[in-house]
Design a protein around this ligand. Structure first.
Ligand code: NDP
Length: 287
């Protein structure tokens, strides 16, 4: 039976560390880290994420503000808000909640966020820095996975790592972080031939495809570590991952549940990035 990697517990430990650091930072610098979250429209899932981010900021003692804009906001209005936040000294991190309504250009907005305030690490400047192994910010979900591995005593060095999914938000940066941690990394996607055979080679299997309970026991090597990034709603409304937990648990050596695995780590890493951004701002103020 696999060890359950408890993302809720690990996340709570890291948030406590961030809270202590934030307190010490505020005492030394005279200001607290600040995060601005921008949401456009009324996507219910996005609204939940934004509320959770604000609450998480409050719990660790950060300043936070939410800018909820109507669905008919124009590109120019959104750009102006980003420009204002770019110039606001209380704000060290800016996050624009995706997806945006179809009439708005996500790339244009992400390019407009100042790279040193880009705590999601989606700006091409930060993506490039991740690629060359010199990141200022780590992308939140993949960084959350790396923290889960590290705090569970699992070192990717020398291991066969298979990432299923190649999105810019999860799959690609995940592969890059595992590579920087000296894993031997394969990235799979919807065109991969014989996906099961590739997955069965993995010592560490990370799945981020958005297909409920897709990975079964036949795709997992006995003793593998299985990380499930997926978040899917079953028809009965229950949250489930991309991995069939009940089937895979007896085969794997360690596995993350959904909910309570990778999910809580993503916001935790966002807090960590905001603290990092505030520290950089303090350094710059000292000049
Ligand atoms: P995307 O839809 O952007 O990307 C999905 C990727 O999976 C694509 O690369 C796609 O391949 C691949 N894929 C889809 N179906 C298959 C298949 N049958 N076999 C192999 N590969 C497949 O999703 P995201 O990366 O944004 O998210 C993935 C999952 O992770 C979702 O469930 C999402 O909700 C969740 N998520 C969870 C987060 C958390 O905090 N826990 C944060 C972000 C996402 P191709 O490129 O060929 O189309």
């Amino acid at each position: 039976m696999a060890t359950r990697i408890d993302g809720k517990l690990i996340s709570a430990q890291i948030r406590e560390e961030i809270k202590q650091e934030s307190r010490a930072f505020a005492a030394a610098q005279g200001f607290v880290p600040g995060l601005a979250v921008v949401i456009v429209g009324d996507n219910p899932a996005s609204q939940v994420y934004v509320r959770n981010k604000k609450k998480a900021c409050e719990e660790v003692g950060f300043y936070s503000e939410v800018h909820a804009l109507p669905a008919d906001t124009t590109q120019e209005q959104l750009n102006l808000l980003v420009d204002r936040l770019n110039g606001d000294d209380r704000i060290h991190g800016i996050l624009v909640q995706l997806p945006l309504p179809a009439h708005l250009d996500e790339t244009e907005v992400l390019l407009r966020i100042r790279p040193d305030k880009d705590v999601d690490a989606f700006h091409p400047y930060n993506v490039g820095k991740i690629m060359i192994g010199n990141p200022d910010f780590l992308p939140c979900t993949p960084a959350g996975v790396m923290a889960l591995l590290e705090r569970s005593g699992i070192d990717p060095a020398g291991k066969r790592c298979v990432v299923v999914g190649r999105s810019n938000i999860v799959g690609k940066p995940m592969a890059m972080l595992l590579l920087h941690a000296n894993g031997t990394v394969t990235v799979c996607h919807s065109k991969t031939r014989d996906l099961g055979a590739v997955c069965r080679e993995a010592d560490i299997l990370v799945v981020a495809i958005g297909r409920a309970d897709f990975v079964g026991a036949d795709m997992v090597k006995p003793g593998a570590v299985v990380i499930d990034v997926g978040m899917n709603r079953r028809p009965d409304g229950k949250l489930t991952g991309d991995v069939d937990y009940a089937a895979v648990e007896p085969v794997a050596s360690a596995i993350t549940p959904v909910p309570g695995g990778v999910g809580p780590m993503t916001i935790t890493m966002l807090l960590k990035n905001t603290l990092t951004a505030a520290k950089k701002a303090a350094e710059n103020r000292r000049g």
